[in-house]
Design a protein around this ligand. Structure first.
Ligand code: NDP
Length: 283
């Protein structure tokens, strides 16, 4: 009963809570955004453009990045550049940060969002793939953040890390992906403490997303899960608001936060809950 009441009160608070997000704070803000050619990253680029930010976009596909840049210009981006880069290459993160700092004169936001190609399927023993995915989804995030920290600190900036519910709750078909997202949570949540301990004014926002209706996610999960996919533009805005208001964690949709709490509080009921969302009969 206590839990139920707490959940209802928390839900009501979340519903009526007016956060302190001021869109004007993003006008002229200098943003480096990864994974910006498609999906949630592309939608974040459009929001930042509308808010009048100065942006550097990165992903691998140059032609697609060019199209996103063109649309951002029509939406109001103050300044916008792109740099094609493959984050499976360990030398790329530093190059990308240097490019952004040189073009924008510094950074206020580093938004880490890219992911390597993810197979939503059962573990088949491909250790090399896991190593590669760790490089793209985790080590490149660490390298990008490390290269950007001095300029972020100088500008009292923000580090925004896009993670997933599978970085809090392990689910089927996501062995390697889930491992990279748990790694992000461990690294960046620990880093947040260390920055606070050292009075270094850089906020770290970890974003925990549920299923979002991007082309890749819908294609990957088709026929395998019984879950509603939430709209990418809304997810993108939730991430941007969280970064701008310097919160430690963003949950989108918001109620995922309570799902994570229940997950910890009721370990014996976890399997039953998972089975209702996944198709256990035909993997
Ligand atoms: P998409 O697959 O739609 O986009 C991935 C982006 O990463 C693209 O811009 C892609 O561009 C880029 N990318 C892919 N490989 C590389 C690489 N090797 N080096 C550099 N960039 C690369 O992903 P989503 O928009 O669905 O996901 C965005 C974030 O949200 C991810 O961190 C994901 O984990 C998280 N998330 C998504 C959920 C969902 O349901 N969609 C659920 C939970 C979390 P290009 O191909 O041009 O390189």
């Amino acid at each position: 009963k206590v839990l139920c009441a707490t959940g209802i009160i928390a839900g009501l608070l979340a519903f009526f809570w007016k956060d302190t997000f001021n869109p004007e704070s993003l006008s002229g803000a200098r943003v480096l955004l990864t994974g910006a050619s498609a999906g949630i990253g592309e939608q974040m680029a459009y929001h930042y453009a509308k808010f009048g930010a100065e942006i550097v976009l990165t992903a691998r596909r140059e032609a697609v990045l060019q199209k996103v840049v063109e649309k951002c210009l029509t939406l109001g981006a103050k300044k916008i550049f792109y740099i094609p880069a493959d984050m499976s290459s360990p030398s790329e993160p530093e190059k990308v940060v240097q490019f952004a700092v040189q073009k924008l004169g510094g950074l206020d936001y580093l938004v880490l969002n890219h992911i390597g190609v993810t197979h939503f399927q059962m573990w088949a023993g491909d250790v090399e793939y896991t190593r590669w995915l760790m490089q793209v989804n985790f080590f490149s995030y660490v390298a990008l953040a490390t290269a950007a920290l001095p300029t972020l600190e100088k500008n009292k900036g923000s580090l925004v890390v896009v993670s997933s519910l599978t970085g809090k709750i392990p689910t089927p078909f996501t062995t390697s992906y889930s491992a990279t997202k748990f790694a992000l949570d461990g690294f960046f949540s620990s880093l947040r403490h260390e920055l606070i301990m050292q009075n270094r004014n850089v906020s770290v926002t970890l974003c925990i997303l549920g299923l979002i209706d991007t082309d890749t996610a819908l294609e990957n999960t088709r026929g395998k899960v019984h879950l509603t996919a939430f709209p990418a533009p809304e997810a993108a805005l939730a991430i941007i608001r969280g970064g701008a208001t310097r919160v430690q964690e963003v949950f989108y949709p918001w109620w995922l936060q309570y799902m994570c709490c229940l997950w910890v509080l009721f370990p014996n009921d976890r399997d039953q809950v998972l089975r209702s969302y996944y198709n256990y009969s035909s993997p």
